[in-house]
Design a protein. Sequence first.
Lengths: 187, 170
Amino acid sequence: MIGWICFILIVSATICGIVTGNTEAVSEAILSTPADTVTLILKIGGSICLFSGLMRVAEASGLVGRISRFLSRPVERLIPKSRKNTELLNSVTMNLASNFLGLGNAATPYGIKAAKGMAQGEISRSLAAFLILNTCSLQLIPSTICALRQSNGSKNAMDILPAVWIVQFLSCTAGILLTRIFFRREK
Amino acid sequence: MSGILPILFIFVFGYALIRNAPVFSCFCDGVKDGMRVCLQIFPTLLLMLVSVAMFRSSGAMDLLISVLTPVCQWCSVPPQILPLALVRPLSGGGALSICEDLLATYGADSTIGRMASVLSASTETTFYTLGVYLPRAKQNGTGKFLACAVACDIITFLLTVLIVNVFDFG
């Protein structure tokens, strides 16, 4: 997929460059961007590492598990299948709590386990609700984006947080409503 | 908002120390994980940033934006962020590159910069996530679910534009 996107970008850039006589600028872009990419990784890499470390501490101290227990009530309502299935409930809440704290790597194994536990031939309302919560990102501190803003000279890189939280909340609500409309209620 | 980070650090470290968790070794493990993430995203970032830079410098980006402008104008969506919205569900690294390009070109604190940041922060790589979680076996209802997920991405995009406008001018 990514290969095709890049190919289309490069081909249209080349054609456009030849037509408008801009080929020099295009070659210049090819030569100068790799260095910019290295600078970018160095700039935001530190933040990625720092947050990854912080959140690993949160995971080891049992904080993630605590948040996950706190989530169990609302999750039982959103995902009916987890009501009488403690194991499933546990993997769903751990997945959501890990995502919430930005522990993508920790979230994936729980998510796969949860999805497996809910998959039975047809996508159920429970599985759809779970997947939509995973495709709408729910993240307390989007650290990579904040680092990117910082490195581009933002005065206050964190000031987007209220807007981010509102958008995340509304889009998750919309997603859940969509799955309620499209997928039949379970017994 | 600026106080949230120090408080988060105190809270996480304090809680871990009270609970007797191995704070320092866990932190180091996490940092190593972070380095692995950087190495993982680098190839995508490199290829995408080069392609986007070519696309922009050739004038193709301006052409695309001028084509999109009339479509976007009536709902006050800046056409500049449409490429980001299109790539976001497909590729995380690709979206990061486009977001970086937007922030560098228009400024992180501009309306476009804010929209790009909020959009990147509140959406996921939808198709990647589905590829990981949906079991390989053909399941009935995959198409239906895909429609839901894409509709949800579109709603998120419109919400982003709306909320950022409200925050900037309200």
